[in-house]
Design a protein around this ligand. Structure first.
Ligand code: LLP
Length: 462
């Protein structure tokens, strides 16, 4: 459930009209609802009542500082996968003791940064990474708490690109190697073995694969404890899917997910850790875009909008379905069959294909629903398009929590190589022969940016 609804025929985020935000901010823009974020944390917490899990929100799903700060204030910890995400979590006020550091390729610099900042523990992805962590923590005179991420070789039945629990993918340590590596970890300097970690994929719509993997983790915990390892927690990753309205796969309710966790880990006196990302933010965000024009092709109708694949890549990358609502209420699903496409020069630039939707015209606003997770964070600037602004709503207030990138910021990041220094214009040749003037050597331009003209270009507005 979310807090985007029609009031008086206009789509609102909580109590704020999206038309009003569009006037103030321009389009396209992402819009997040605080009440929806709060609701999702509450629903998950209630589902796990009695288990008192530590919910470490997966920062990668949406790392806007306003989103992180909202979640930290609701008591969430953070699951991070890079130094950048550690910095974001700390900047949002997350206690280091509530930060877990995952990621399949942690650099030595990142490991050192995490240790110096006192993160709770590392979810370790390989034997070599274990060695790195031991070396670095010994060098720093620290102790690194670790869990091994175990790959249970379970098919999570989700999209191939976001399935992470099969034996053939890059993630985790094979189940068959787990006992040996835990024994090794125990012998290594600077390491304290504390837990077991798994994450088998994202947008999971079936509980059976999770139950299968949880059962293997339970067996592992029992065996590890029998060998004398002090396993205090199990980190179950994230992955629970959300309803993208209109899609055929209906995900399980968090209550049912929690029941499976209870069934699999009951009686073990384990701290349960969860890393939900999508579940918390997906339906708390939308992408608002304006229709540029409606183009009737020979075979299809194209609704060309000002948001594109660089702003929301999920439809083209994962064949993801996002519902599309007109901001001014119309009969849903009536009218036309159309592809909703962006202005980017790729046939793969679409937000919806063959969608039954209301007839729309130039300048109308559309809301791409359920875009709060893996939307803005996966945006890019392809075709030299500015990163889209992000707006957060709370009740009747809204705030721009990330302004639209300016062209000066976007183009001005580039530097000319010294040999590309702008040349002085050739002097106009005088009619009569003039005495020869020695040309000054060209100035070094290591710091040369773009021309002032580029910096003056206004921001993209509809
Ligand atoms: N923990 C780990 C170790 C993960 O790799 C992930 C997501 C999560 C937790 C959070 O999973 P969630 O609860 O959000 O499903 N960009 C893709 C999704 C990539 C997920 C990557 N890992 C998409 O747009 O569907």
């Amino acid at each position: 459930m979310h807090h985007f609804a029609y009031k008086g025929g206009e789509l609102h985020a909580e109590k704020v009209s999206l038309e009003r935000i569009a006037e103030a901010v321009g389009t396209p823009f992402y819009c997040y609802s605080t009440a929806t974020l709060e609701r999702h944390v509450k629903v998950l917490t209630q589902a796990f009542k009695g288990l008192d899990p530590l919910i470490c929100y997966a920062v990668k799903a949406n790392s806007n500082q306003a989103v992180l700060t909202t979640l930290v204030r609701l008591g969430a910890g953070m699951d991070v996968v890079s130094e950048g995400e550690i910095r974001r979590a700390l900047a949002a006020g997350c206690a280091p003791a509530k930060i877990v550091f995952a990621g399949v390729g942690k650099t030595r610099g990142e490991i050192s940064f995490a240790l110096r900042n006192g993160v709770n523990h590392f979810n370790v992805e390989s034997e070599q990474e274990l060695d790195f962590i031991s070396e670095i923590s010994t060098h720093l005179g620290a102790r690194a708490k670790i869990a091994l991420r175990i790959n249970p070789d379970v098919d999570s039945k989700t999209h191939k690109k976001i399935s992470t629990g099969k034996g053939e993918v890059k993630f985790g340590i094979p189940y068959k190697d787990a006992m040996r590596l835990y024994a090794k970890a125990d012998r290594l300097n600077g390491i304290d073995v504390v837990g077991v970690h798994m994450h088998i994929g994202s947008q999971l719509t079936q509980l059976a694969p999770l139950e299968k993997a949880f059962t293997l983790m339970r067996q592992l915990v029992v065996r590890l404890r029998a060998e004398g390892h002090d396993i205090t927690h199990v980190d179950l990753g994230g992955g629970l899917g959300v309803p993208y309205d209109g899609s055929t796969d209906v995900p399980p309710h968090p209550d049912d997910y929690a029941d499976v966790v209870r069934k699999c880990f009951g009686g073990l006196d384990l701290k349960i850790m969860l890393e939900p990302g999508r579940l918390i933010v997906a339906n708390a965000g939308i992408l608002v875009t304006r229709v540029i024009n409606v183009k009737k092709g020979d075979a299809r109708t194209f609704v060309i909008v000002d948001a594109a694949m660089n702003d929301l890549i999920r439809p083209t990358l994962y064949e993801a379905f996002h519902d599309i609502w007109p901001v001014t209420e119309k009969l849903k699903n009536a009218g036309i069959f159309a592809d909703v496409v962006g202005p980017v020069c790729e046939t793969g630039d679409y937000l919806a294909l063959g969608r039954k939707m209301p007839a729309v015209a130039t300048d109308e606003l559309l809301a791409i629903m359920s875009a709060g997770a893996y939307g803005a964070v996966q945006a890019g600037t392809y075709n030299t398009r500015q990163l889209v602004p992000e707006v957060m709503v709370r009740g009747d207030q809204f705030a721009v929590v990330r302004p639209r990138q300016t062209y000066a910021e976007l183009i001005g990041l580039d530097r000319l190589a010294p040999w590309l220094a702008p040349t002085r214009p050739e002097p106009v040749k005088a009619a009569a022969p003039a005495p020869a003037i020695a040309r000054k050597p060209e100035a070094a331009t290591a710091s040369a940016g773009v021309s002032p003209a580029a910096k003056r270009t206004p921001t993209r507005r509809s």
